[in-house]
Design a protein around this ligand. Structure first.
Ligand SMILES: Nc1ncnc2c1ncn2[C@@H]1O[C@H](COP(=O)(O)OP(=O)(O)O)[C@@H](O)[C@H]1O
Ligand SMILES: [Mg+2]
Length: 263
């Protein structure tokens, strides 16, 4: 399996706190990989390093064979790596459709200066973007809300909008930070279906931070476990569930005793 993303001994400190402390793992192309671990383990900080909103103090991050840990967020997004945030970031006073159109501004397809000089091309381009936005709203089941203000959506619907928003950039790797948090059980099932379909039909690779272990065990073929800034275990769901270091650090919590015992 080819690695689409390689995280190599990444370190990121805040003052005296080593939030990420030499984390290393790979994400295979076409996979769904879950990143789990207790609160404060360094998962979101690592995401920020990968997506370019934080610069690691040490280590390397390689995406599609190219080092990205010195690149700004927009260049990383342009290369095909995008992320959502732990709390959804839709602009409440803008319509759902406009939130999607806004997401594509500054993207390579845009070439704004050229379009300004060629109004017909600009109109055709905008039509194409609108079509793409509508398609994505269909895909995540928000088509009926296209003209509603994003602020009127439920928490779960905003997560779906967030997913559609990053898909506007036609990514090859999507990082999702706790996509299931605050999402109703019904929408959770839908969101999982969308993620599986995107991987299957468009070959999109996912790296997902998630506390909902039912979701993780169902969706991911590889699980990476972080604790105190380090990767303490990785592998398929069954092997990670049976790993003593994981049980000690993380899986010892009540939520997980409901999980079936590893075979
Ligand atoms: N911007 C920041 N400034 C200072 N400390 C931070 C910052 N972001 C995260 N931390 C600290 O880094 C550690 C890891 O946090 P985080 O990456 O959010 O963990 P997780 O997402 O696994 O819960 C925590 O101790 C947290 O308090
Ligand atoms: Mg976090």
């Amino acid at each position: 399996m080819t690695a689409l993303l390689e995280i190599q001994q990444v370190v990121k400190s805040f003052g005296g706190v080593r939030a990420v402390d030499g984390a290393a793992f790979e994400v295979a192309a076409g996979s769904i990989t879950a990143l789990i671990g207790p609160n404060g383990a360094g998962k979101s900080t690592l995401f920020n390093c990968v997506a370019g909103s934080l610069r690691p103090d040490a280590g390397r991050i390689v995406f599609a064979g190219r080092r990205i840990d010195r690149l700004p967020t927009h260049r990383i997004a342009r290369a095909g790596l995008v992320r959502t945030f732990q709390s959804a970031r839709a602009l409440a006073r803008m319509t759902v459709l406009d939130n999607l159109l806004l997401a594509s501004i500054g993207h390579p397809g845009e070439r704004l200066s050229g379009l300004l000089l060629r109004p017909r091309a600009a109109r055709a381009h905008e039509r194409a973007l609108r079509e793409r936005a509508r398609e994505l709203l269909d895909l995540v089941g928000l088509q009926a809300h296209a003209d509603a203000y994003a602020g009127t959506l439920s928490g779960g619907q905003r997560k779906l909008l967030d997913l559609a928003r990053v898909l506007m950039l036609e990514p090859t790797l999507v990082l999702l930070d706790e996509p299931m948090a605050g999402v109703s059980p019904r929408l959770r099932v839908e969101l999982l279906d969308h993620i599986l379909a995107l991987r299957r039909e468009r070959g999109i690779t996912f790296l997902i931070i998630e506390h909902d272990l039912d979701f993780v065990m169902q969706a991911a073929e590889k699980i990476v476990v972080m604790n105190e800034g380090r990767v303490i275990a990785q592998g398929d769901p069954a092997s990670v569930q049976g790993d003593q270091a994981v049980v000690d650090a993380y899986l010892g919590t009540a939520a997980v005793h409901e999980q079936p015992a590893p075979a």
